[in-house]
Design a protein. Structure first.
Ligand code: ATP
Ligand code: MG
Lengths: 259, 285
């Protein structure tokens, strides 16, 4: 109820702001006669986008597939690692410094190394970069969620004489789900960004990253921006799908808004 | 007693072993720097099957600790505890008791019905039997219309009723309750008390009930155990003779025998004749 009442505000306001910003941008480019290699106008980007929509789509599929594979692998490994770290605290102690180190180094910096390891003609390096980038937030947030069990729930499971596995399944895992999704939401954007940036360091052509660099290299700036627009849309799709999945998995949190 | 068998199908109605038998129990919580807290010292208490016993006393006198020891959520430093003739640990594993805390402690991702069915599910009761039992319990606590709601859609009082229904799920012979009505308003509280008396009469369960309210303890109990703090001990056990549970209703709250029992408990709590200053932490309502 509350949500739907504020819908016009929460949705309309950013749209209006966006339209206004685009209009100002167009005006600035025309009035100030900004050169296209500095900043193409939104109209020329839109024209380019619609005329080359099929190649943007193909490029998005390539980058999107890499991001998706990375997201799945990174998330699954992250969840399993978090469960192991919860069950065996020793693994957590041993791996904590490693995870801390991994969360500060920019994962994409590893891309050139991975290209030499797995071959520059394969997508593996990019998928691995995405998976590594995804792993960190999923692992850390899931771990936090798994340690969140409330004392009253723990007492309850003990009172029921529940086995360790039963209380993990009934209390610990479901309690960690909201935290897992916090991690996944961060990870979904990271997966796209990492897969795309990974393309800048080598590997086969065809993805959004390579397309952006080659369009820019051939001075086709509007086309480069059309691919950038494609990248933004791809990131949005990943984010929104993750959000939808969250609502699907824990519907009662959404149901607060239904009467 | 309701006709369907308890989840574990164990015979618990035998009159021979006491429902709860606490003998010479002490509990010391080890704190850092050797500043140990003696939460309970030399506590003896025997509770008969079907008996309703309240624990009352100032804050920190060890009421919750005693309840947790009976539930085997904690173990005593010395002394022994038996529940229906078994060790507390065995009784816990055999599901001899149901328990409700001050916090409802519902699982927010489960519906009201699924919350009530949780213990049954953990103990491998079949789906159809679970549904039948949970419907029965929902009707008992007047929440049939809310079966498919989630805890965050319920008021605090309703959540507490769900927690009580859950504690009754396996028709336990012993109910352990730690201030289950503490968060409820006075009206709901009195209604829940009446309901609890009825439920106990129907199921024949023994109850250990922790409360801060003297009238509540007197209204519900066969005996009121008055405890004193530092170290936690039993100061007095006051028998309340208000007739069998079936006869208790709202009218009782105005009866003379009720007030006499209230005065007796109050005097014992204060350790002096009534009228002296209130004991800290004890509700005088
Ligand atoms: N886990 C624990 N660790 C250390 N000390 C504890 C622990 N649990 C209880 N205590 C101490 O034991 C004493 C008795 O606590 P308990 O919770 O049993 O009191 P209570 O009678 O239930 O009080 P209240 O009416 O406020 O609930 C207190 O002094 C408390 O500080
Ligand atoms: Mg307490």
């Amino acid at each position: 109820m509350k949500q739907s009442a504020s819908m016009p505000r929460t949705i309309l306001a950013p749209i209006l702001l966006g339209v206004l910003a685009v209009a100002l941008w167009q005006l600035a480019v025309v009035v100030l006669e900004i050169k296209p290699f500095v900043l193409p106008s939104p109209v020329s980007i839109a024209t380019e986008f619609s005329s080359s929509v099929s190649s943007v789509w193909t490029a998005s599929l390539v980058t999107g597939a890499n991001a998706l594979i990375g997201l799945l692998i990174g998330a699954i490994v992250g969840i399993i690692a978090a469960i192991i770290a919860t069950v065996l605290p020793l693994t957590d102690e041993l791996s904590a410094p490693l995870v801390a180190a991994a969360s500060v180094i920019p994962i994409v910096a590893l891309a050139p190394v991975f290209y030499t390891m797995f071959g520059a003609d394969k997508e593996t390096a990019r998928q691995l970069v995405a998976a590594l980038a995804v792993f960190i937030p999923v692992y850390l947030n899931t771990l936090r969620g798994l340690r969140q069990a409330r004392p009253v729930h723990r007492d309850l499971m003990r009172a029921y004489g529940a086995s360790a596995w039963q209380s993990t399944r009934a209390v610990t895992l479901p309690g960690a789900v909201p935290f897992l999704f916090i991690g996944l939401r961060i990870a979904s954007s990271l997966a796209v960004i990492s897969a795309l940036i990974g393309e800048y360091f080598g590997g086969p052509i065809g993805g959004l990253g390579k397309s952006i660099t080659s369009a820019a290299a051939s001075s086709n700036y509007s086309l480069a921006y059309a691919y950038v627009l494609g990248a933004i849309l791809l990131g949005l799709v990943f984010y929104v799908v993750t959000l939808g999945l969250e609502k699907l998995v824990s519907p009662h949190r959404a149901s607060v808004s239904t009467p | 007693m309701s006709t369907e068998t308890s989840a574990q199908g164990q015979p618990i109605a035998s009159t021979h072993p006491a429902a709860v038998s606490v003998a010479g129990v002490s509990k010391v919580f080890a704190a850092r720097k050797g500043a140990d807290v003696t939460a309970l010292e030399a506590v003896d208490l025997t509770i008969a099957p079907g008996e309703f016993v309240s624990l009352i006393g100032p804050s920190g006198c060890g009421k919750s600790t005693l309840l947790r020891l009976i539930a085997d959520l904690d173990s005593p430093t010395s002394g022994s505890i038996e529940v229906f003739g078994k060790t507390a640990r065995q009784a816990r594993i055999d599901q001899a008791y149901g328990i409700a805390f001050q916090q409802a402690g519902l699982l927010p991702w489960r519906t009201v019905r699924a919350n009530i069915e949780l213990p049954l599910e953990l103990h491998k009761v079949g789906k159809a039997d679970r549904a039948a039992r949970s419907s029965e319990l929902l009707a008992l606590v007047g929440l049939l219309d809310f079966a498919d709601k989630y805890p965050d859609q319920l008021s605090g009082g309703m959540q507490q009723r769900v927690a009580i229904a859950r504690s009754l799920a396996e028709s336990p012979g012993l109910l352990l309750m730690d201030e289950p009505f503490g968060a409820l308003d006075e009206m709901t509280r009195e209604r829940m008390q009446t309901e609890l008396v009825r439920i106990c009469a129907e199921t024949g369960a023994a109850v250990v009930f922790v409360t801060h309210s003297i009238p509540e303890a007197v209204f519900l109990s066969n005996r009121v155990v008055v405890m004193s703090p530092r170290p936690g001990r039993i100061r007095d056990v006051i028998a309340v003779d208000l007739g069998r549970a079936e006869g208790r209703d709202e009218g009782l709250r105005e009866a003379d025998s009720f007030f006499e029992a209230v005065v007796a408990v109050r005097e014992s709590l204060h350790g002096e004749p009534a009228g002296a200053s209130a004991v800290r932490g004890v509700d005088q309502r």
